[in-house]
Design a protein around this ligand. Structure first.
Ligand code: 6PG
Length: 239
């Protein structure tokens, strides 16, 4: 596994840099395998990226008909719920591109069944996700892999349901496990803001400590890991 760090002076530039990398991923994957699978992350940070990908500057760079969008995780809430990652992504990407999303639908059926169904959908498209976008929570979680949660030790299933989370929103989630994420060809953390700088430093330069800092469990088996950081999020990285 190779870990790289890409730092941009502000979020707007960081988003442009990541959009360029994703456009290249999409082009290469479609050329080699006829499809690009991209797992979206939730939360608030990636909204600006999704808006750019849907903008006239970028949307033409992607052959959307040959792209399948997944979620690394979503909350088990309805698609119009303010806490839904699907709602956030649909609003940011627009209806046309959002039609390429395979929603998790964790609210309509038991989240554990939704997780099992989602894993099947993932495998229908390929044995591994091409590009996997992750965020970083203030407690060091990523996707919906939270500190001290049983999902951290899951090695067989590749998508699982969680109990009610320990961070807002206090709802059940459905999340990819480390097994799924670490099988990805390319994994990108997108982290901005000085408030996350301490966690970024701990996770990149500290020891693997999955139960306290789940993001330290992200270690692609034979893929590439790149941290996309703005100056604030990178401000405590030791040289
Ligand atoms: C979720 C996300 C989660 C998110 C981090 C960062 O469903 O909440 O998948 O892992 O990426 O919590 O969230 P922000 O971007 O809002 O800081």
């Amino acid at each position: 596994m190779s870990t790289q760090i890409h730092i941009a002076h502000n979020k707007a530039q960081l988003v442009e840099d990541l959009a360029e990398v994703l456009a290249r991923d999409a082009h290469d994957a479609i050329q080699e395998r006829g499809v690009w699978t991209f797992a979206l992350s939730g939360g608030s940070t990636p909204k600006a990226l999704y808006q750019r990908l849907a903008s006239p500057d970028w949307s033409g760079r992607f052959d959307w008909e040959r792209i399948v969008l997944f979620f690394g995780d979503d909350r088990a809430v309805g698609p119009d719920d303010v806490n839904s990652n699907f709602k956030m992504a649909r609003e940011a990407l627009g209806e046309t591109i959002a039609a390429r999303i395979v929603p998790i639908i964790g609210e309509a059926i038991d989240p554990a069944l939704a997780a099992s169904n989602y894993e099947k959908r993932l495998r229908e498209v390929g044995e591994r996700v091409d590009s996997n976008l992750l965020g970083l929570g203030p407690d060091g979680h990523t996707a919906s892999l939270f500190p001290h949660s049983p999902q951290l030790d899951e090695t067989e299933r590749r998508v699982v349901a969680t109990p009610v989370s320990t961070l807002e929103p206090f709802v059940r989630r459905v999340t990819m496990t480390f097994t799924e994420i670490n099988a990805s060809r390319k994994t990108y953390f997108l982290v901005t803001g000085e408030d996350k700088a301490g966690r970024v430093q701990e996770i990149i330069n500290g020891p693997r400590d999955v139960h306290n800092l789940p993001a330290t469990g992200i270690a692609p088996t034979d893929g590439e890991l790149i941290w996309f950081l703005d100056a604030g999020a990178a401000s405590k990285l030791s040289r």
